[in-house]
Ligand binder design. Structure first.
Ligand SMILES: Cc1ncc(C[n+]2csc(CCOP(=O)(O)OP(=O)(O)O)c2C)c(N)n1
Length: 701
């Protein structure tokens, strides 16, 4: 609403609808506007408010709240649930009316909502509503996940009675030292905004604050609004202006001229710069600005997990994934770079190789980020700005200095200094060619009884032979990924989060279509994959959606398969079964520790330990049990056939891919800092010493 207003007391003309006056200041004039107050419950007011929220980025307004995901239970089904029931029926003729989705597990449904928001580049959400107690507690993990990834997630937790009259209610914890504590309080540390609506009138400020946080590019994450169940059903005279259509503008922070000048001055004197494109590039839709920047100045760029697919892999300056899960080309150039320009990245330990990646003694950092917190990391020269506006401003400032630059190329005339740029171009091409050669090698190997060498060296003796006997699988994970990339649609959205797959995909996956790579690697939460693939499919029903998931993560959470069937939204689950928590087994054994509780083995009667035979699971049958099409692939041909058949299926599909343990990619020139202690065991001692040596190379902050 424009102008500033205040309201007079409502006159109690009618029991249901009452009117009052709103004094409206427009310029110098004071205008009087009649306003209506409507008596309704908190639940009814909330639903009506949600349906009137819109967002706009660069001027285009779109509806923000697509619907509500819920698993009803006590504390949510009567107040809010009743309101949803009424509202979605009354408005049933409207094309964009809010929908109600049925979850199967509260964590799963909240991940699906986060996947939906991420795939919509944070411009559309599905709110989630849970019952009190365990229903709410189940969403805590998903709340943390969304906050770590800066994804808007709006959660309503049903809560105990504000009046406390029936306490203790079913599922109430009852903390003796603090009567105000309930399960909803567990969301405080994982939410960007937290509130409890203990009186009906608090709903208004709570929801306005919630919207402001959800639509702020810097703050966005989880918002938890706790709704005591009695308050949801209480009535109040809500003013009509609470229900007016609101357009929340997603702001682009404009860079300060002096910050840009400082950054341009540093960059102008560098000859081996490297850009790191993070998630901010995706959300700000800065991909083409980065391309223009890199083409013009001859600067290569690398992708973080969240930044991948903002620019096509075909761009000659795109080196691909960087860091611990990065490839040879990106990590090589990162080590040599004399200037790192981080755009929209929070520089996680995976991106910086635990701050050890940048080894050029002259390296300086320029960080463009809408968040001051992230822009100031690594003691960088900060440009606090939206990724797109910051990149464009730096581009313009650098053009001004074109006569003194060492890296000019593209549309601009070459001069003496441009020789340095040419050497960089050669280096980029060479590094990429070397990585392509490695890729060719690692994707063309299958298991053979003799002469087979796994990429991961630290392993239990004979584990591959055992695996072949247990499952019949002879595929390597790397060959499977190549087969998938070669077979599936170019516009397929691939979703992942945990295990060894994000690493392999960041290194190996190539993208042509914008935003087709959907990786949750801020929290790397097992269980996100399938739920979020469903969310991505709800967001883009016309694009094929694939969930890349390990057997461990599948077993942890796959409940939303049932929701994909219910909504007739086809997803294809690519399940990589290596009979274990593979990446953790690698981490364990790679640090000199023996294999313990990371492979899926029977408990042996002789040893009393879980070191018996590998446990084979028929995951395709589980898929079929849900009503999906289920395929098993034990070699490349079977995998390719299954992928082609999956394309033709109308329903969701699960392909159970039996991939050899230890056949994922290993590190390519980047170290990851994990807390390995000293030990008398020689293997662990050696790992500890390696850590100490690497620590010497790492920056301290
Ligand atoms: C909810 C959750 N619990 C634990 C972890 C720690 N963790 C990360 S990867 C992983 C094992 C994943 O195994 P799997 O899904 O089979 O994938 P693989 O490593 O074999 O490719 C574990 C336990 C996590 N990331 N998320």
């Amino acid at each position: 609403m424009d102008g500033q207003g205040y309201r007079s007391k409502p006159c109690m003309a009618s029991k249901r609808k009452i009117t009052g006056y709103y004094l409206w200041k427009k310029g110098a004039d004071i205008q009087m506007k009649e306003i209506t107050y409507e008596k309704m419950t908190v639940g009814q007011a909330l639903v009506r408010f949600l349906d009137q929220q819109y967002v706009s980025l660069d001027g285009e307004a779109e509806k923000f709240v697509d619907g509500v995901f819920t698993i009803f239970g006590h504390g949510i089904v009567c107040g809010f649930g009743q309101a949803l029931y009424e509202y979605t029926r009354i408005n049933s003729k409207e094309a964009d009316r809010m929908k109600v989705y049925q979850g199967r597990n509260e964590q799963g449904m909240a991940h699906a909502a986060a996947g939906f928001a991420k795939q919509n580049n944070r411009r559309k959400i599905i709110a989630c509503a849970s019952s009190i107690g365990p229903g709410a507690a189940n969403m805590v993990t998903a709340a943390a996940d969304a906050t770590a990834n800066n994804i808007p997630l709006l959660l309503f937790t049903g809560d105990t009675f504000a009046t406390r009259q029936p306490d203790p209610v079913l599922q109430q914890i009852e903390q003796f030292h603090d009567a105000t504590l309930t399960t909803s309080d567990a969301f405080r540390p994982v939410s960007r905004y937290w509130d409890r609506v203990s009186r009906p009138e608090q709903l208004m400020s709570a929801m306005l604050n919630a919207m402001q946080v959800l639509t702020d590019p810097v703050l966005t994450g989880s918002v938890c609004i706790s709704l005591p169940q009695d308050v949801q059903g209480e009535s109040y005279d809500f003013p009509s202006y609470f229900f007016e259509k609101r357009i929340h503008r997603i702001t682009r922070t404009i860079p300060e001229a002096d910050e840009i000048e400082k950054a341009a001055e540093i960059l102008a004197h560098k000859s081996r710069p490297l850009i790191i494109a993070g998630g901010g590039v995706r959300y700000s839709e800065a991909g083409s600005s980065i391309e223009e920047f890199c083409d013009t100045f001859g600067i290569p760029f690398a992708e973080t997990q969240a930044g991948k697919s903002a620019v096509s892999s075909d761009n000659p300056w795109n080196l691909g994934g960087i860091g611990v899960t990065g490839n040879h080309a990106a990590n090589k150039l990162a080590k040599e770079a004399d200037c790192i320009i981080g755009i929209g990245t929070k520089l996680s330990d995976f991106t910086t190789a635990s701050k050890s990646l940048f080894q050029n003694p002259d390296v300086e950092f320029i960080l463009i980020n809408a968040s001051k917190y992230h822009a100031k990391k690594l003691d960088a020269t900060a440009v606090i700005a939206d990724a797109k506006l910051g990149t464009k401003a730096l581009f313009a400032a650098l053009l001004e200095k074109k006569d003194t630059l060492g890296t000019i190329t593209g549309n601009l005339p070459a001069d003496e200094n441009s020789k340095r740029m040419y050497s960089l171009k050669n280096d980029v091409q060479q590094a990429k060619a070397e990585w392509a050669r490695i890729m060719q090698q690692i994707t063309s190997t299958d298991y053979t009884e003799e002469g087979y060498h796994s990429l991961i060296k630290a392993k239990e003796a004979g584990v591959e032979e055992e695996f072949v006997i247990a499952t019949g699988g002879i595929l390597t994970q790397t060959a499977a990924i190549k087969t998938i990339r070669d077979t599936i649609e170019e516009n397929a959205i691939v979703v992942g989060a945990s295990g060894s797959l994000p690493g392999d995909l960041q290194r190996m996956w190539t993208t042509k279509k914008k935003d087709s790579y959907h990786m949750e690697y801020g929290y790397s939460c097992m269980g996100y994959e399938i739920a979020a693939a469903f969310g991505a499919k709800l967001a883009f029903p016309d694009q094929p959606c694939y969930a890349f998931v390990g057997d461990g993560a599948f077993m942890m959470l796959h409940s939303e398969i049932a929701s994909t069937i219910q909504e007739k939204k086809k997803i294809i689950i690519l399940l990589f079964d290596n009979c274990g928590f593979g990446c953790i087994n690698n981490l364990q054994m790679g640090n000199g520790i023996g294999s313990l509780a990371t492979m899926f083995r029977y408990r042996s009667e002789e040893s009393g330990q879980q070191d018996g035979a590998l446990i084979a699971t028929d995951f395709a049958m589980i898929g079929r049990g849900y009503g999906m099409a289920g395929y098993t692939a034990k070699n490349r041909e079977e995998l390719q056939k299954a992928l082609l058949a999956a394309k033709l299926e109308e329903r969701s599909v699960l392909i159970d891919i039996k991939v050899l343990p230890k056949s994922m990619t290993d590190g390519y020139g980047a170290w990851w800092h994990v807390g390995i202690g000293d030990s008398l065991d020689p293997d662990i001692k050696e790992a500890h010493q390696r850590k100490e040596e690497n620590l010497l190379k790492a920056r301290r902050y």
